[in-house]
Every structure is written in structure tokens, then in C-alpha cells.
Design a protein around this ligand. Structure first.
Ligand SMILES: [Zn+2]
Length: 409
């Protein structure tokens, strides 16, 4: 199920309900809220019904008319967009105005600010050039071997291992007989089907669009197997793995990241035996309290009540072993505010290391782990625009998955 998508919809719907409740309390809000409007319309219809009920001759016609009117009003109101959802998250909306009178709650203002910051970062985080150049590589006889990047194609040309066959530089012909083809390893074996899958993927023209929704702008790389895990694999499992790096748009990337984080947490909980190894830094709570009190006195003394100032100063005097008559100078407060309150946990083990150590002990374990993440990606994101040949069952090591025609490639 596309959980992330529904999560976002549910989130905004619930924010709208909260905002409706908030505006109701404010009483002066003029926003259109379908549920409230429908209630008002139904109440008006019922009042009309009571007024005419004394006239027995008209009662049948009145009931029919009232029911029809209420139904029509309910349907026409309920099918309108709910509070124009992203009205308060729209690009140019002003959180302070929000159509006029009713100020937004602080929680929604924070959401709005968070969304604005995310939108502002998108052009900076997006890939600066297309992921796929789709240069066709052919053998000396003209048979298609695979598609490669322009950078790799130029490497062959510069090393005089290949030549361009067209002026537009879209096709490269090798000048030597390739010693390894992508499906050779599996030929005449039980895995011949896997070799065909790899070959199909390697030869396919790949579109530069979000593989989930087809969006064609602001693309980001997504590692189907989390990078922190893949980086711990032996070299042959983490180089040249184009299959498990896909294109996502910023919204799909956000959803996908959330789903991957959930799964990582689940796997960590399953495999981490010693909880003491889970915390990266150890915080000294007493020192942290001293630091907070000093910071509060330095920055907000004028806003603090006298009792708080007394308590904070007392805590600081105890820490620095000063008596009541000694003045807490600005220098002492600054020293306290700069205290180092945390230190690295010497037994900390990152989640990815715990997971990889438990699940990827041999080649079969690594294969199962990689395929598990591919399956998770398919199930949670339901991608509709994956490159042709992309498959859960593709090879997981680069020696068989990639086109490698020279040892330097
Ligand atoms: Zn997308």
C-alpha cells in the first residue's frame, strides 16, 4: 500500500479538522468548513420543516422538498475541497493573514515554516544533470551490449577502445571483442533467467523521471538498499549498482525516506541485543541542567520570575561551590553556558552495522537482504515508472549485474 501518500493525506486532513475546531473556538473565523456548513444547512432545513408542519395539507410536499434540499446541499458541500487543504501550506499563502481574521495556531505555523524550508532546499538538493545519458554501446559486429553514461563512453573513446558511430555521440562501438557480457555468467545454469533479466535492464533505455509518479523535475537519487548498509558490503556488492539507485521527485523521496526509516528501526529492534550500544552520545544530565540555567540567565533573565532566578543561581553556586555572598559574574555564567555536557558512547554501534552483521553473514544473506529492500520499495511506493527490466530478482553483485568489458571499466 502507498502508505506514505495516505499518511500525508491523513495528516493534512487531521490538520484541517484541528483548524476547524480552533476556528470554531475563535468564533470570528470566516473560512468555509464543510462539516460546519453542512450542520448549519441541515439545521435550517429542519427549522423550515417545523414551521410548515402545522399545515397538514402541505406536510407531504414539505418533507419531500426538505429532504431533497438537504441531500443536495450536503452533497454539493461535502464534495467541495476540504478547506482548500494546502491553503495554509500553499506556496504564497501568508500564515498571519490566512484569508483575514483568524490567526493560525502555533503548531500549524511551524508546519508551514517547515514546509517552506523544505521547498526552498529542493533546487539545491536536486540532481544538476540527468541520471541516464542512455549512450548505446555495441560490439564490433554492431550488437547492442548495454546503455552507459556519456562519461563512461568518453573514457572508452579517450583510451581508443571505442569510437562514436554518429555525430550526435549517441552510439559507441567497441573496437575489441568484449570478454564478458552481462548474462554470460548465468548461461547454461539454473540462473539463466536471472541473466536474461540483467541483460534486459542493461540494454533498456531509461527515462529520467521519478520512478514512482513520473514527475520530470528536481530529481533526487534514492538508494533502494540504504547507503549506510550497502557501504558495509564487500566491494563487489557496492560498486556500479545502477539497478538499485533510482530517481525520485522530492515528495516521493520524502515518503520513501520515511518508509525506509521505519523499516530500519524495525530491523534494528529485531537484531540489537544490547540496548547500551544504541545511544551515540552519553549526556551528563546534571551538567546539562547547569548549562541550561546559565544560558537562561544570560539570555532571558529579564523575563524570568524572581523565584526561578533564585533557583537557577542556587544551582550554579552549588556547581561552582560558591557561597551566597559571592556574585555570579557574567564570566561564570558564560563558563557554565559553554560546558560540554555530552561525550561519545564508547560502546556505540550504528544501527546499520548491527543489521548488516546479523543479516548479511554470507552471500546468501546479502542476496536475501538486498531483495528484501527491493520488495519493500515496491510494496510501499508502488512505483509506476521503473526502468524496463528492473526486477526484485536481478543480480545483487556488480560482477554479474553490470556490463564489464575491461578490467578498468
Ligand atoms: Zn514522484
Amino acid at each position: 500500500m502507498k502508505t506514505g501518500f495516505y499518511y500525508r493525506r491523513f495528516h493534512f486532513f487531521s490538520q484541517n479538522i484541528l483548524h476547524t475546531a480552533h476556528c470554531t473556538q475563535q468564533s470570528q473565523c470566516t473560512h468555509a468548513h464543510p462539516l460546519l456548513e453542512a450542520q448549519n444547512l441541515a439545521a435550517t432545513a429542519m427549522t423550515s420543516l417545523r414551521l410548515v408542519s402545522s399545515n397538514m395539507l402541505l406536510i407531504g410536499a414539505t418533507i419531500t422538498a426538505a429532504v431533497s434540499l438537504s441531500t443536495w446541499l450536503w452533497v454539493s458541500t461535502a464534495t467541495r475541497p476540504i478547506c482548500k487543504r494546502p491553503s495554509f501550506l500553499a506556496d504564497d499563502s501568508d500564515s498571519d493573514n490566512h484569508d483575514g481574521e483568524c490567526p493560525l495556531p502555533e503548531s500549524l505555523k511551524r508546519e508551514l515554516e517547515k514546509e517552506r524550508r523544505r521547498q526552498a532546499k529542493i533546487p539545491l538538493l536536486a540532481m544538476k544533470k540527468p541520471m541516464y545519458d542512455n549512450i548505446l554501446m555495441v560490439d564490433p559486429q554492431g550488437t547492442l551490449l548495454c546503455t552507459i553514461s556519456k562519461k563512461k563512453a568518453r573514457w572508452y573513446v579517450n583510451k581508443e577502445l571505442g569510437v562514436w558511430t554518429d555525430l550526435e555521440e549517441t552510439k559507441l562501438q567497441l573496437l575489441f571483442e568484449p570478454s564478458h557480457r552481462s548474462n554470460e555468467r548465468h548461461k547454461n545454469s539454473k540462473n539463466s533467467e536471472k541473466g536474461d533479466v540483467d541483460e534486459f535492464f542493461n540494454k533498456s533505455i531509461k527515462e529520467n523521471v521519478c520512478v514512482v509518479c513520473g514527475h520530470d523535475q528536481y530529481h533526487m537519487r534514492h538508494y533502494v538498499v540504504p547507503y549506510t548498509c550497502r557501504s558495509l558490503f564487500p566491494a563487489k556488492y557496492k560498486m556500479h549498482m545502477a539497478h538499485d539507485v533510482v530517481i525520485l521527485c522530492p515528495d516521493c523521496h520524502l515518503d520513501c525516506k520515511r518508509m525506509a526509516t521505519h523499516r530500519m528501526k524495525y530491523l534494528e529492534q529485531t537484531h540489537r541485543k544490547d540496548l547500551a550500544t544504541a545511544i551515540p552520545t552519553i549526556v551528563d544530565r546534571q551538567l546539562h541542567k547547569v548549562k541550561s540555567c546559565a544560558t537562561a540567565l544570560l539570555r532571558h533573565r529579564h523575563k524570568l520570575p524572581a523565584e526561578k532566578i533564585y533557583d537557577y543561581e542556587n544551582l550554579l553556586r552549588n556547581h561552582f561551590q560558591l557561597n551566597l555572598h559571592e556574585v555570579l559574574t557574567k564570566g561564570i555564567l558564560k563558563k557554565a553556558a559553554e560546558l560540554e555536557t555530552s561525550q561519545p558512547n564508547p560502546v556505540y554501534v550504528p544501527a546499520s552495522e548491527v543489521i548488516v552483521a546479523a543479516m548479511c553473514q554470507d552471500e546468501a544473506g546479502i542476496e536475501s537482504f538486498v531483495k528484501g529492500w527491493r520488495m519493500h520499495f515496491l510494496e510501499t511506493m508502488e512505483p509506476q515508472y521503473l526502468p524496463k527490466g528492473w526486477s526484485v530478482n536481478s543480480s545483487v553483485d556488480c560482477q554479474s549485474a553490470e556490463c564489464k568489458f575491461t578490467t578498468k571499466c
